[in-house]
Design a protein around this ligand. Structure first.
Ligand SMILES: *[C@@H]1O[C@H](CO)[C@@H](O)[C@H](O)[C@H]1NC(C)=O
Ligand SMILES: *[C@@H]1O[C@H](CO)[C@@H](O)[C@H](O)[C@H]1NC(C)=O
Ligand SMILES: *[C@@H]1O[C@H](CO)[C@@H](O)[C@H](O)[C@H]1NC(C)=O
Ligand SMILES: *[C@@H]1O[C@H](CO)[C@@H](O)[C@H](O)[C@H]1NC(C)=O
Ligand SMILES: *[C@@H]1O[C@H](CO)[C@@H](O)[C@H](O)[C@H]1NC(C)=O
Length: 325
């Protein structure tokens, strides 16, 4: 009679300690697992740094432990100025569709603006004002409309004063692009390629001459090139461009950069930027997924083929209000 009870007691007491021990073990494990997870996350977060020693933004990311500051470091602000003419209403309408339907990636702020010189006709004063009221995406520079007489210089050198709001972020944009109105830019790919690059003294684009892959050879093609904000400020302040305003705009731009010894950081985005494949030249490339910009979209057919290739309408939301086969 006694022995079974004492047997039971003998069993209960060690079991109790065993359970307590299990709990302690589990607790310790949980901590270990948690810190392992945290370690794993840290290890993952640091991967991009290994590949890009020159990228100041990535380095900032790895140094910032707290998330509020790292998201600020991740932010990237880009101004894309499309140089066009006041009367190009249809082209602007179309480009608003093309860029308005693209969603920039997280942390990227991209402003696409149309840039031209002084208005010259009465109807422009009404029509362009209406566009501004509706879209607010137009910059009218203080210049007579011109080609190869300094519009590019006026564009870049006006920006520091146009965007000098002291309450806004500084710099207002990390990068400023000048683009053609017959260029299709894929914003997500552009941001992706910029994230790895320095935010100062950068001159980015499709290097001319076409077969060259060396970004220091000559200058970046007018299809679309981009510089960091410090170069924009330098263009405003320096005497180098002021002495040499006239000439083929983008070549002259390259001359200023060379003469001023700017653009130590260069990035040749060829063959992610290229001319439309037809007619084939040394500057063209087939449409392919790894694309940042396609240039020389001189007619609607070329635009349609390009937009189709990149499936830009494939995620149209279904509705009974329309049917597009
Ligand atoms: C990482 O570095 C390798 C070798 O230098 C290069 O081929 C690759 O493009 C780089 N990737 C990124 C995302 O920078
Ligand atoms: C987070 O980073 C900001 C800016 O670097 C700093 O001012 C702040 O003290 C940091 N917060 C913590 C909790 O470390
Ligand atoms: C452009 O227009 C502004 C305002 O209408 C005028 O003050 C300026 O002189 C014009 N600039 C040129 C270069 O015509
Ligand atoms: C911004 O630029 C305008 C025009 O040059 C100037 O009048 C204004 O004082 C500037 N504002 C600041 C905050 O620098
Ligand atoms: C477009 O969609 C097709 C069919 O889904 C796919 O095969 C192709 O890779 C896509 N093209 C691009 C550039 O994403």
């Amino acid at each position: 009679m006694k022995s079974p009870r004492s047997d039971g007691q003998k069993f209960i007491i060690p079991s109790f300690f065993f359970i307590v021990a299990l709990c302690v073990l589990a607790f310790i494990n949980e901590i270990r697992f948690d810190s392992f997870l945290r370690f794993g996350r840290c290890a993952l977060a640091n991967i991009p740094v290994q590949n890009s020693s020159s990228s100041s933004s990535d380095i900032l990311l790895s140094e910032n432990v707290n998330s509020s500051s790292s998201s600020a470091a991740e932010e990237i602000r880009i101004l894309i100025g499309i140089l066009t003419l006041p009367d190009q209403y249809q082209r602007r309408h179309f480009l608003r569709l093309v860029y308005g339907t693209q969603t920039p990636p997280d942390g990227a702020k991209i402003d696409v603006k149309f840039v031209f010189c002084n208005l010259t006709k009465e109807d422009q004063k009404v029509l362009v004002a209406l566009e501004i009221m509706r879209y607010d995406d137009i910059v009218i520079l203080n210049c007579p409309e011109n080609m190869n007489k300094g519009k590019t210089y006026t564009y870049f050198s006006s920006l520091p004063d146009l965007f000098n709001d002291t309450d806004g972020p500084n710099p207002p944009y990390h990068y400023v692009m000048k683009a053609d109105d017959d260029t299709y830019i894929r914003l997500e790919s552009l941001v992706e390629s910029l994230r790895r690059l320095p935010r100062d003294d950068l001159y980015y684009g499709y290097v001319i001459p076409c077969p060259s892959m060396d970004p220091f050879v000559h200058y970046m093609s007018g299809m679309g090139y981009l510089v960091s904000w410090d170069i924009v400020e330098w263009l405003r302040d320096s005497d180098i461009p002021k002495k040499h305003i006239e000439g083929p705009e983008d070549k002259v731009f390259g001359d200023w950069i060379r003469e001023g010894r700017r653009g130590k950081n260069r990035f040749n985005a060829k063959w992610s930027m290229y001319n439309f494949p037809e007619p084939p030249t040394r500057c063209t490339h087939e449409l392919w997924p790894d694309t940042i910009a396609v240039h020389l979209l001189k007619n609607q057919e070329k635009w349609i083929r390009t937009l189709n290739f990149f499936n830009v309408t494939s995620n149209l939301k279904p509705s009974k209000l329309y049917h597009i086969p």
